[in-house]
Design a protein around this ligand. Sequence first.
Ligand SMILES: Nc1nc2c(c(=O)[nH]1)N[C@H]1C(S)=C(S)[C@@H](COP(=O)(O)O)O[C@H]1N2
Ligand SMILES: [Mo]
Length: 374
Amino acid sequence: MVHLPRAVSRLRSPRLTSQLGLMLGVAFAICLLTGYLSHAIQHPPGWFFWPPRPVGLYRVTQGLHVATGIAIVPLLGAKIWSVYPKLFRWPPARDVAHGLERLSLALLVAAAGFQVLTGLLNIARWYAPMGFFFTVAHFWTAWIAAGAIAIHIGVKLPVIRRALTAKVRPAPADDGWTRRGFLATVGAAIGVVTVATVGQTVRPLAGISVLAPRDPRVGVQGVPVNGSAAAAGVRDRALHSAYQLEVIGPSGTKRLSLADLTALPQRAASLPITCVEGWSADAVWTGVRLRDLVALVGGGPDDTVTVESLQENGPYRLSTVEPPHARDPLTLVALRLHGEPLDLDHGYPCRLIAPNRPGVLQTKWLARITVGVA
Ligand SMILES: Nc1nc2c(c(=O)[nH]1)N[C@H]1C(S)=C(S)[C@@H](COP(=O)(O)O)O[C@H]1N2
Ligand SMILES: [Mo]
């Protein structure tokens, strides 16, 4: 246990707790909303619409998701510290209502801690300690956290209101610590963790983001790789000289070799690759428009398209391209990256790249394109 100067512990007050709570509430709100948004984009319910423009919107929302998730670490720590002695009050509850309130608080702290921890493990790509599928656990625990936050705010609203509107006495002058100073320190800690990590998506900060799990400037062809061809088990089939892309539509099936694909009109698009883990990198892709291939087999602009990888297993071997993305002129079956043939690890012979789409849906090593939901 760290013994802070008494002057610091005297700073504990409902006002400090409420101000920290306000900051934490904003961070939670952004983190939860951007998280649900990311989930909806990957598993779209019928009513949901996600536009292909602006091309970098998901980059911003997912960057915010990871950045606010990281900012929650010092905020949650400070908030818990501000009420720390109260957590061990005895008896633990005055009555049933109070007991339930404290139970919801315990749930809040546990759920928020679980979210932050699993999120951090995921961006560090350290899955071993998680004996469950990350996205499912992270998604359902978010609902528990959201519910517990709503209860907590509801119960505490009168206290929060009083604490935030009360006239404040001037801070004691006999020591260096003031409430404002403490809040500024928490703010500075948030600034440090943010600058130390956000460079994985804000490229100008890449050089000083020493704790960022990914550097957007480092990787094959200057773009990070998530999942190599060897790991996906596609090496031999991707490099096979008889490789053909199968395109299936209402008017039949076409099989296109790499030479056939290269002979079709080539387009370039400058689109970021944006991993759900929070890193992103700009890239220039060249290839055939998906809508041109769809038209080749009798499909049209209102068709949903399914793309499948040579990869046989794994959650990212297939993705669905909704009509707004499928007909977008920037959506490509890319053959080249930054002017060179795609590296094997970036999806050679060809991959999907579409505007404003999470990395998990940018399927690599394409084997088959089907007009419709396969
Ligand atoms: N077939 C297949 N495609 C895939 C993946 C995969 O595991 N298998 N990973 C996805 C993920 S999570 C990301 S972030 C991007 C990364 O593309 P890159 O390695 O070219 O940067 O590819 C996507 N496409
Ligand atoms: Mo990803």
